[in-house]
Design a binder for this molecule. Structure first.
Ligand SMILES: NC(=O)c1ccc[n+]([C@@H]2O[C@H](COP(=O)([O-])OP(=O)(O)OC[C@H]3O[C@@H](n4cnc5c(N)ncnc54)[C@H](OP(=O)(O)O)[C@@H]3O)[C@@H](O)[C@H]2O)c1
Length: 337
């Protein structure tokens, strides 16, 4: 017989349950199911956030599919350790743990967590010392959610290559989440940016600040006469061999992918031994200082994450399918209002 709840029981259940996109096994987008789960409660050093916007990005896709087996060493060898994905978030702090000093209930916050994830849900928790910061006043949740993922990968690689205002930089795949952030972050350093994308996105990439745009549909970028201090392949479609002739004598090549036989790892170990062009493969990290820095860039109008389209959490499987077409232009936002 179905249990009959009285009004106060229902209210109590609503306060302790939440809607979340849960995956219990690795696989295609359909492994993600919308279900009701227990609402998390914050530990003593954590904040509880009511999530208003999040994203589906390539990091979520990588961990959900476990396409690269190595990701299972972080997310669980046989099945996912944390059942809710979503690394970028924007929302309002609902409650704080007893030792929390930096935030209070009611603060509008955004940030990134690729250790425990959890943002594809109505509520999530995160330690106050992690990559979380307040949202600038005139920025909406939908604009704040996509600030960190692509930008922190871009930032990490740009810093590794020690880009300065004197440098000529080529960004291949300038329309991805990483590439579109990279164009803006490199321009902030006053370096000269040559961006590569397809015909339909030439104007978008120009609007991000690129000095020169190569349309890969009509021009082979490897045939350019220009030489670069840094080539950043933000979509992992090129190779060092292909790009080496385009690099200046001490030029640096970085790709977001390992490439055939994980060659970029070996080249990153080998090429620095010679005094010439080299490959780097920096491991991405993100700290509170980084989200604070990105917040400063957004606040001062120096960086604006590019948004392709939005889906409601109820349609998150469709969002995953779209992101996996590998044709998104910037970021795909998920709303939870
Ligand atoms: N495994 C992980 O955990 C993980 C996490 C994050 C990122 N990544 C890697 O980082 C890379 C970038 O991620 P992202 O989120 O920035 O990518 P993304 O947003 O999915 O990139 C999509 C963009 O790439 C462009 N593109 C696709 N094929 C291209 C080609 N052959 N030449 C030039 N542009 C091309 C598309 O533009 P067009 O319309 O011009 O083709 C599209 O706008 C990916 O390789 C991804 O696998 C991996």
């Amino acid at each position: 017989m179905a249990k009959v709840y009285c009004f106060t029981d229902v209210k109590a259940i609503c306060l302790t349950r939440m809607k979340a996109a849960v995956y219990k096994k690795y696989g295609p987008p359909e492994v993600v199911k919308l279900v009701e789960v227990e609402k998390p409660s914050p530990g003593s050093d954590e904040v509880l956030i009511r999530v208003f916007a999040t994203t589906v990005n390539r990091t979520d896709c990588g961990f959900r599919s476990a396409e690269y087996f190595i990701s299972r060493f972080f997310s669980g060898l046989f099945k996912p350790k944390y059942g809710i994905l979503g690394n970028e978030f924007a929302g309002i702090i609902e409650a704080v743990g007893k030792d929390v000093k930096l935030f209070k209930a009611g603060d509008r916050v955004f940030g990134y967590n690729d250790t425990k994830f959890g943002a594809h849900a109505e509520f999530m928790t995160i330690a106050e010392s992690d990559a979380i910061s307040t949202i600038p006043d005139d920025v909406t949740f939908e604009q704040a959610a996509p600030i960190s993922e692509g930008a922190h990968y871009a930032l990490c690689n740009i810093r590794a290559a020690k880009v300065t205002g004197e440098h000529d930089v080529l960004i291949y795949g300038a329309t991805g989440a990483i590439g579109s952030a990279a164009v803006q972050l490199v321009k902030n350093l006053d370096a000269k940016v040559t961006a590569v994308c397809n015909t339909q996105n030439v104007e978008v990439v120009r609007s991000l600040g690129a000095d020169q745009v190569i349309d890969y549909m009509t021009q082979d970028f490897t045939k350019t006469d220009q030489k670069f201090d840094f080539i950043f392949d933000a979509v992992g479609k090129s190779s060092f061999a292909q790009c080496k002739p385009l690099l200046k004598k001490h030029g640096i090549y970085i790709s977001t992918e390992l490439e055939k036989n994980s060659e970029n790892i070996f080249l990153a170990l080998l090429t620095p031994l010679f005094n010439g062009r080299k490959v780097m493969f920096p491991l991405p990290t993100i700290k509170k200082e980084d989200v604070n820095f990105l917040k400063y860039l957004v606040e001062s109008g120096k960086y604006k994450p590019l948004v392709d389209r939005s889906y409601h959490l109820d349609n998150i499987v469709e969002a995953y399918k779209y992101v996996e077409t590998r044709q998104k232009v910037g970021n795909v936002v998920i709303t939870l209002t």
